[in-house]
Design a protein around this ligand. Structure first.
Ligand SMILES: [Zn+2]
Length: 187
């Protein structure tokens, strides 16, 4: 979507009641395919990802195939993948599609590394956490337990990413530490 179109849409919204503004933005239907003119390429770099380089490739393929507005490719360093031991996995988003992800080897030995990776990249693509324990959601993260290995975004999650990259949502810099909570039942 072009900036002109977005501007027109915002102008229309601003003309309405103030209370309708927030709801209006949230309830915007996903744009029709013909309406989408913004497609972004997020270049990721696995040179520092150690044993998780292949996992990052798999996660990038998932995000590319589950979204219309995002393609992930090894074309640069918008998104660096790192790993560490202890302290938890997390994501640092500098701006939409830019930042870095750190995978904790301890968590990756308890949970599905691919689910962790896809989840953390989800933050870079503008998604917040949603710790409701539901395995069908990617952004429920560790709250769904160690038995949950689902690495795929739910339709609402991939639609939100498409809206983010279509310019219909505000997703700025944010740090997601404690992004992968350990359930109380896991020591
Ligand atoms: Zn998270």
């Amino acid at each position: 979507m072009s900036p002109r179109r977005i501007g027109r849409r915002l102008t229309t919204l601003l003309a309405g009641a103030a209370t309708a503004l927030g709801l209006g933005l949230l309830s915007q239907p996903a744009p029709a395919a013909a309406d989408v003119t913004v497609a972004a390429t997020v270049c990721y770099n696995t040179s520092q990802a150690g044993p998780y380089a292949g996992t990052a490739d798999q996660a990038a393929s998932i995000w590319t195939s589950y979204t219309r507005n995002v393609t992930m490719s090894k074309c640069g360093s918008n998104l660096m993948i790192y790993y560490t031991t202890g302290g938890g996995s997390y994501a640092v988003r500098r701006s939409l599609g830019n930042g870095y992800v750190v995978i904790d080897t301890v968590q990756a030995s308890q949970y599905s590394p691919l689910r962790i990776m896809t989840h953390e990249i989800g933050h870079i693509l503008g998604l917040p956490d949603n710790y409701n324990g539901q395995c069908y959601l990617l952004m429920s993260g560790g709250s769904a337990g160690t038995g949950c290995t689902n690495p795929y975004p739910y339709s609402t999650e991939s639609a939100q990413v498409d809206r983010n990259f279509g310019g219909l949502a505000t997703t700025g810099a944010q740090v997601f530490r404690n992004s992968w909570p350990t359930p109380a039942t896991v020591g």
